[in-house]
Design a binder for this molecule. Sequence first.
Ligand code: PEP
Length: 256
Amino acid sequence: MRRIFVAGNWKMHKTIAEAKELVSGILSGLGQYDNVEAAVCPSYLAVPAVSELCEGTPLKVGAQNVYWEESGAYTAEVAPQMVAEVCDYVIVGHSERRKLFGETDETVNKRLKAALKAGLKVIVCVGETLEENEAGETEKVVTRQMKDGLADISAEQAMDITIAYEPVWAIGTGRAATPEDANHVHKDVIRPLLNAQFGEERGESIRIQYGGSIKPNNAAELFSMSDIDGGLVGGASLDAESFLAIIKAASKVLNG
Ligand code: PEP
């Protein structure tokens, strides 16, 4: 059975009080779309409060990053088991981390391994920049990010991974990839790499989310594509009504 997974990345938005208000709004409308898996990823500080409100509900909670060491003199970093104490998911390799904070495929791989070891489910982000896209390098870049980012991950571990294909030029720009272009990268680039690394049965079952300017008005079209198994949503996840509208679109697609 097909599963769609919609996750909201709140980035550096929402105080604890605002995060509680937003998640309460989402929870109040979520019940009717129980065929969709949904998660929200607030800033670290708001994660415990949001997790508390989500306890016993279908809404999952994640953090937006994690460090790879278990403890030590790493001022301001947060260890995997600290994250796992307060939520179930974590995002690694978001393009903003890559661009603004020096994240590399190697550090993505370290974070991924450490997060999986701590029992977290991980959303691994990949995606090309505008420059790379215009130079025709999408396949090359995404292949490198996938191979190096997922290096040494076993088929069993891979069951806790979701891939988010987020073309950087589509994030926060209002200019989403076309459903056909996004599906092409999912189906013809990412899926074969997953199948090759983890075997076809497992590779086919790993979800590949699309991310980049998903809105209520384009979500259904995107989720209708064969290999778009959900979305990582930034801006439109900051408002309960628009996030719920995206989840509703996913639910409708699943109901045919
Ligand atoms: C994101 O932050 O991962 C993202 C896809 O943002 P937006 O939906 O705002 O483009």
